[in-house]
Every structure is written in C-alpha cells, then in structure tokens.
Design a protein around this ligand. Structure first.
Ligand SMILES: Nc1ncnc2c1ncn2[C@@H]1O[C@H](COP(=O)(O)OP(=O)(O)OP(=O)(O)O)[C@@H](O)[C@H]1O
Length: 246
C-alpha cells in the first residue's frame, strides 16, 4: 500500500510506500524510524482512520475501510476528560460501543487492578502522574477487548524511568491478554523490550527497510536490556537507521 498527501502549490507528498506489511495475530510488532518517515501515517492506515491511495489493507480477512471497535488506540498525549473520574474515563467507550453496562464496569475495574490503579478509580485525571494517566488511557483502549492494540508513542511524553517501567508492565499485560499489538516509537530500546519483530523505516517515501526478529526470551524484565543479545539487536537497528551497515 502507499499514501500521498497534497503538498504546497499543487504538488503531492509521497508519505509512504509501497509497503507490504503483515502483522501476525497475537504478535507484538514495533516500528522505529527517524522523524517524518511515515510511522504515524502507517498507524493511521492500520487503524482505518485514513485510507491508502494505492493497494489494499485487510484486517482479519476483511477489507479495512473504516475504524472498528476491534481496534484500541493509545496516543502519546493522553486524552482523558478532566471532569470525569478515572473509572468514568475508562468506561467512555462503553456508551459509544453500546457494551453491556455491568460487564463493562467489571472489566474496567479489572483493568484498573491489573495496571495498579484501583485506588485511583474515583480520582480525577489531574490528580494522577503522567505515567498513571497513560495507564488509564491503556485501560480505556482495552475496555472493549480489542483484537488489535495500536500504540502511537504511548510513553513518549514520560521520563525514561517511567517509560521503562510502563513498557515492562505493558509487556506483561500483553502476554496476559494474548492480543495483537502494533507500536510506533522513536525509542529503539522500548521497541526491542516489547516486541517479537521490529520494523525499521526509512524516510521519503516511508518504506520498511528491515524486519528484525527479536529473539529474546519472555517474560522480559528489568534485566533484559543488560543481555548481550539485547545490546547486539540495539546496535544492529541503530546501524540500519544511521546507515552504517558494512
Ligand atoms: N495530513 C498530512 N498532510 C500533508 N502531509 C502529511 C500529513 N501527514 C503527514 N504528512 C507528511 O507525511 C510524511 C510522514 O509523516 P508522519 O507524521 O507519518 O511521520 P512520522 O514518522 O510519524 O514523524 P514523527 O516521528 O516526527 O511523528 C511527512 O513528510 C509529513 O510531512
């Protein structure tokens, strides 16, 4: 598939492609690449928020042509409503998707428990730290039990320690829930820590330059980044991004 945008003075910006992408069910796939290489465009296409102008996209065997409740999305900037409690925020999709109320509430409470937020269910978002707010945003994205979880720089606005902590929590949560995840990130370590595969993109137009299998054991933990294999993979990806391949 490919994507162009209208540019200045009637020109066209070739943002993406051609790209041939397969995200296997149940896997965790990350995309890394320099700014402007088309990562967010790719995520919007996978989400069904935009359509490609060349090629087709299929999701679970059917053509992808609109957003779906089978997809949950977490963006970099949390979008929690300040006038709602954390629990109410997590429950927002329940109305839109007409989920049964009692079951939705039960699932929301379970997700808050899994992410350590139970004690904050009735707090307003502004009383939470940035990391806690992103946990709440993650709970909301998972409320409808989506088959595909899309993560657009979900921890990008957080400090390095919180980012690593949340990455490890997400890794455990993903294993527990057994869903498919697709992550866009600038952070090579985060991509390696979480993923089964890391796709490295190159810019103008955005293309997938390498598809690296992350053959590190699971479950991953705070010691994983210290493994020699982790460091090898990190170097391999850096070399591709900075074009230092032998
Ligand atoms: N709505 C749009 N209209 C015009 N051009 C766009 C639009 N969205 C993206 N682009 C262009 O497409 C290219 C890819 O942008 P995109 O935001 O997908 O990259 P990115 O890798 O996510 O960047 P970053 O990491 O900085 O967020 C860029 O050249 C950008 O200017």
């Amino acid at each position: 598939m490919s994507k162009h945008y209208p540019g200045a003075a009637g020109t066209s910006v070739h943002a993406l492609g051609p790209i041939d992408l397969h995200i296997p069910t149940g896997s965790f796939v990350a995309v890394v690449g320099p700014s402007g290489c088309g990562k967010s465009t790719l995520l919007r296409l996978v989400a069904g928020l935009e359509m490609p102008d060349g090629g087709t996209m299929m999701r679970y065997g059917t053509p992808l042509d609109a957003p779906s409740h089978e997809v949950g999305i977490v963006f970099q900037e949390h979008v929690l409503f300040p006038w709602n409690t954390v629990l109410e925020n997590v429950l927002l999709p329940a109305d839109v998707l007409a989920l049964p109320k009692a079951a939705a509430r039960e699932r929301a409470l379970r997700l808050l428990e899994m992410t350590g937020l139970s004690a904050f269910a009735n707090h307003r978002p502004q009383m939470l730290s940035g990391g806690m707010r992103q946990r709440a945003a993650l709970c909301r994205a998972l409320l409808a039990d989506p088959r595909l979880l899309l993560l657009d720089e979900p921890f990008g606005a957080l400090d390095a320690l919180t980012r690593e902590e949340l990455s490890l929590e997400l890794s455990g949560l993903w294993q527990d829930l057994g869903r498919t995840a697709f992550l866009i990130t600038h952070d090579i370590e985060e991509a390696i820590l979480l993923s089964d595969r890391v796709l490295v993109m190159s810019p103008r137009p955005g293309r997938i330059r390498a598809d690296i299998e992350i053959d590190l054991p699971r479950p991953r933990n705070a010691d994983t980044p210290a493994l020699p294999r982790f460091q090898e993979l990190k170097q391999q990806i850096r070399d591709i991004i900075f074009d230092r391949r032998a």
